[in-house]
Ligand binder design. Structure first.
Ligand code: MN
Length: 232
């Protein structure tokens, strides 16, 4: 096969203490997985079934990057999340076996154009332009489960310019990592390279040009993102 132009490079995430990179296949994101965050945005939690949206793999940006304030928004928000990296394929995975499909964990930032999300939600339209935009999927270096185990609880925190904005515990997730994998794998054949953003706790809020975001998840790692001026 001859391509019309060179195909884009496969986005890939570094792995802690390794020269290998994890090539991204798909990025799934879970909505409303912490009760206090659902409430702060005026939503009711559905404890029966999680809901999802997706981001293009090409919208990945590594931790430590500097990204321009995105176009089309005046309310660009941070959401820190535990990210699960799938290392083994599976379909209709039993919750008891779910963790065997996890290669690693990471910190993620589900960057959001909150004003567009609110407008789309109001019109009952897709969230794509609010969630799936350039540089909107920030992921830290992966911490392999072989090194850190499978964290069930632990501090999750985000600071903007040193001020604490989000502080919770990943043990407060409504749908656990095994439950999410089991449910998502009824809808998709999970494959190596799939990433799952597991939802953010309360305290989401805006960032502006010049801001520096720093986050951490206990036992997993740290993440950072710097915001520069909008492109003109
Ligand atoms: Mn989110």
């Amino acid at each position: 096969m001859k391509y019309l132009f060179p195909p884009p490079a496969v986005p890939a995430v570094p792995i802690q203490n390794s020269d290998d990179f994890f090539p991204i296949h798909r990025i799934f994101c879970v909505g409303r997985n912490y009760e206090a965050h659902a409430k702060e945005l005026g939503n009711v939690v559905d404890k029966e079934s999680p809901f999802y949206f997706t981001k293009a793999a090409s919208h990945y940006v590594p931790s430590g990057a500097t990204v321009p304030y995105p176009p089309g928004t005046a309310n660009y928000h941070h959401e820190i999340e535990l990210v699960v990296a799938i290392g083994q394929s599976g379909f209709q995975i039993a919750e008891e076996n779910a963790l065997s499909h996890v290669f690693a964990y990471a910190c993620g930032l589900d960057m959001t154009r909150r004003d567009l999300q609110a407008a789309m939600r109001e019109k009952k339209l897709s969230w794509d332009i609010a969630k799936d935009f350039e540089n909107a999927a920030v992921v830290s270096a992966l911490a392999p489960a072989s090194a850190i185990g499978h964290p069930r609880a632990g501090k999750i925190e985000l600071k903007v310019n040193g001020d604490l904005r989000q502080a919770s515990d990943i043990g407060l997730m409504i749908h656990s990592v095994p439950a999410l994998i089991a449910h998502l794998s009824t809808l998709y054949h999970l494959q190596p390279g799939d990433l799952i953003f597991t939802g953010t706790p309360e305290g989401v809020g805006p960032v502006i040009a010049g801001d520096c975001i720093k986050g951490m998840i206990e036992g997993v790692g740290e993440i950072a993102l710097n915001i520069s001026a909008a492109e003109s």
